[in-house]
Every structure is written in structure tokens, then in C-alpha cells.
Write a new protein. Structure first.
Ligand SMILES: [Fe+2]
Ligand SMILES: [Fe+2]
Length: 258
């Protein structure tokens, strides 16, 4: 089977481009399951029911989140009500929603897990959370487990990958909006990439108009970050091919669409 993971969708530029490109991409690649990180999909950051619906209508099966998921209150009910809009699993239980979903694929079940890193972000221990989640999924007989690891530090992502190698099907990093060139199958059969990248404005600073970021960093002036919405777009993703009987990855490949 094949799972497509699409990197952080940023603003209406990103959702528009996703709707334009995802359906044909899924057909061309023969994708069974599509996961899209949507934590920045709303204009003005965060995720709203509107931007989530845009992502679902483009063809996503599951939407994952990150440190910006809770920014917009409008999404809280949807997090509670939809089984397929995730927020990081390792947040306090008072936070609405859930961080794990299980897809029934007929012949097998596939779990998607959203985890948040600890370095510069605020989360409960991702190692411990992963241990608990993997145990409960294995107890239910599920061994196809895909993790969207939303984290800042490359070293932390790499350490978590070694810790989980052989216990999950794939660990796909998100959050930095910068695609990394390190797709690999690890020694014990887990597919790994440090960061999938971004779907949104191409000539931007992580999705934001460069002049806003320059003003903030160079002049140290409080600056409202505006999405670079009129720019050309790009879509970054990885495709993981896996053996659904063993839960092991067979191949991981990077896709970029411009
Ligand atoms: Fe993001
Ligand atoms: Fe993030």
C-alpha cells in the first residue's frame, strides 16, 4: 500500500494549490491513504473548519496538526467531533480532540499519529507518549503506524526515529516548512524523513511575505506576518510504500510539485 504525506499547508495559497494538484497526484502515484498537515492552513495561521474542509475536499483522509493547531478557537468543536482532524497526541488531556486515528482499509487497519517535539515547543515527552500509543495500537492488533512528528530540532527528530525504528511504519517530520534530503528506510524497517516541507507560497519565508520577516528580524519592530498569497505555489510531499502485513516500509520517496 502507499501513503502520501503532504507537508504543512500554508494559507489559502496552499489550500488552493492542494485542491488543484492533489487529485491527479494521488491517481498518478496510486495512493491509498493521504495525510496532510494543516496547522497553518487558515489565512492568519492556525486551522479553521473552513480550511480543514478545503483540505478534505482536495482529497485528504487525515489532517494532522502541530504547535499552531489550537490558535483558532473555531476549530475546537471540529477537533472534538471529527475523528480525522488530529492535534498532537502529547498535549494535556484538557486540550480538545485526539492525536491518533485509525483508518479501516478493509483488508487492514492503518493508524496515523500526530506527535509534537519538545525542543522550543511545549509538549509532554514524545518518547513516552509514543511508547504508550504504540503499545495500545499493537494490543489492538495494529502494526501499520504512521507518525507525523511535528518538531523543530533535526537532532530531536533523528533521536526519536532511532528510538522508534522497527516499531512504526514511518516517521515523517513536519513543522520547519523546509524539505530535507534524507528520505531513508532505517535499519529495522521504519521509513524516515526529517521534514516533508511545505505546501504554499514558493517565494516566501516559510509561507510569510519575506519583507515582514526581514522587518521583524532586522529592525526588531513588531510586525504582523502576512501570507505571501499571490505568489506561485509549491507542494512538498513524501510517498511511503509499505507491506501492510508486516507494518514495515518498503520505500520512501520525495515529491515536489510546482
Ligand atoms: Fe507549520
Ligand atoms: Fe508548526
Amino acid at each position: 500500500m502507499k501513503l502520501l504525506m503532504v507537508g504543512d499547508v500554508v494559507s489559502s495559497n496552499g489550500t488552493r494549490f492542494l485542491r488543484e494538484k492533489l487529485p491527479s497526484l494521488k491517481r498518478a502515484l496510486g495512493i491509498d491513504i493521504t495525510v496532510v498537515n494543516g496547522e497553518n492552513s487558515a489565512d492568519g495561521n492556525g486551522i479553521t473548519p473552513f480550511s480543514a474542509e478545503e483540505i478534505f475536499s482536495a482529497g485528504a483522509d487525515v489532517i494532522t496538526g502541530g504547535n499552531h493547531t489550537l490558535r483558532r478557537r473555531e476549530i475546537y468543536d471540529m477537533l472534538d467531533e471529527s475523528l480525522f482532524v488530529l492535534r498532537p497526541a502529547n498535549l494535556p488531556s484538557a486540550v480538545p480532540g485526539r492525536g491518533v486515528c485509525i483508518m479501516d482499509m478493509g483488508k487492514t487497519r492503518v493508524a496515523v499519529v500526530n506527535l509534537l517535539g519538545n525542543y522550543t515547543l511545549s509538549a509532554d515527552c514524545p518518547f513516552k507518549a509514543a511508547d504508550e500509543i504504540i503499545k495500545s495500537l499493537n494490543d489492538e492488533g495494529i502494526n501499520n503506524i504512521f507518525i507525523d512528528l511535528h518538531a523543530e530540532a533535526t537532532g530531536e527528530k533523528r533521536a526519536i526515529a532511532f528510538y522508534l525504528d522497527g516499531r512504526v511504519t514511518a516517521i515523517m517530520g513536519t513543522h520547519t516548512h523546509i524539505p530535507t534530503a534524507d528520505c531513508e528506510i532505517m535499519q529495522k524497517g521504519t521509513a524516515y524523513v526529517t521534514d516533508v516541507g511545505m505546501t504554499g507560497p514558493k517565494n516566501s519565508c516559510l509561507g510569510v511575505k519575506p519583507e515582514c520577516v526581514i522587518r521583524s528580524l532586522k529592525d526588531k519592530m513588531p510586525t504582523r506576518f502576512e501570507a505571501a498569497n499571490n505568489e506561485a505555489s509549491r507542494l512538498d510531499a513524501v510517498v511511503v510504500e509499505f507491506d501492510e502485513k508486516t507494518g514495515k516500509a518498503i520505500n520512501i520517496e520525495r515529491i515536489t510539485v510546482e
